[in-house]
Design a binder for this molecule. Structure first.
Ligand code: AMP
Length: 184
């Protein structure tokens, strides 16, 4: 069963594809964004802290997200494979993840980058209309992505773990390419 890290800018379709692929292989879709949104809705202590950052389109502090992912990846249901969506988001998180995965003996297969041109990204985000999808917040999320998350492309490329998939095609087209990558 696959163990994949999904990279890609906000609006790249990473959440949609992560969910489809996780369903297809019946493995957990671990989305830090979803877990955080749920914590915000339930007004947990984590949610109350995270909301301030999410509303602005900034990254939630590493220490909060790292604790969350550590707990999630130690759950027995992820033993047979998983899709990580939205984590890591910066180099410090990627380094943490590397050491966590070797500690629990769960090496990942690939970090998949869904490539989508910049002008397509903003349009897609405005269409989906999530509460953190207003124009100003979108602009900040793209900036945060460029500054903090996009260096991960290099990070995984250097480790020979990067797989690039064209995300600028219909949903089914992307899914087919991903399944081909997993099954090769
Ligand atoms: P997403 O659903 O992946 O687009 O995430 C939505 C928001 O949750 C982001 O804009 C961040 O504020 C926060 N978030 C999700 N994952 C992380 C992470 N790994 N590190 C820090 N913040 C995160």
């Amino acid at each position: 069963m696959p163990r994949l890290i999904f990279l890609g800018a906000p609006g790249s379709g990473k959440g949609t594809q992560a969910s489809l692929i996780a369903d297809f292989y019946s493995i957990p879709h671990v989305s830090t964004g979803e877990i955080l949104r749920c914590a915000v809705l339930n007004q947990t202590p984590l949610g109350l802290q995270a909301k301030l950052y999410m509303d602005r389109g900034d990254l939630v502090p590493d220490q909060l997200v790292v604790a969350l992912i550590q707990e999630r990846l130690n759950n027995p249901d992820v033993k047979e494979g998983w899709i990580l969506d939205g984590f890591p988001r910066n180099v410090a998180q990627a380094e943490f993840l590397d050491s966590l995965l070797s500690q629990i003996d769960q090496p990942y297969d690939y970090a998949v980058n869904l490539e989508v041109p910049d002008d397509v990204l903003a349009g897609r985000m405005l269409e989906r209309g999530r509460s953190d999808d207003t124009e100003e917040v979108i602009r900040n999320r793209l900036k945060v992505y460029r500054e903090q998350t996009s260096p991960l492309i290099d990070f995984y490329s250097k480790r020979k773990k990067l797989a690039v998939v064209n995300g600028d095609q219909i949903v089914e087209g992307v899914t087919v390419e991903l399944r081909r990558l997993i099954e090769r």
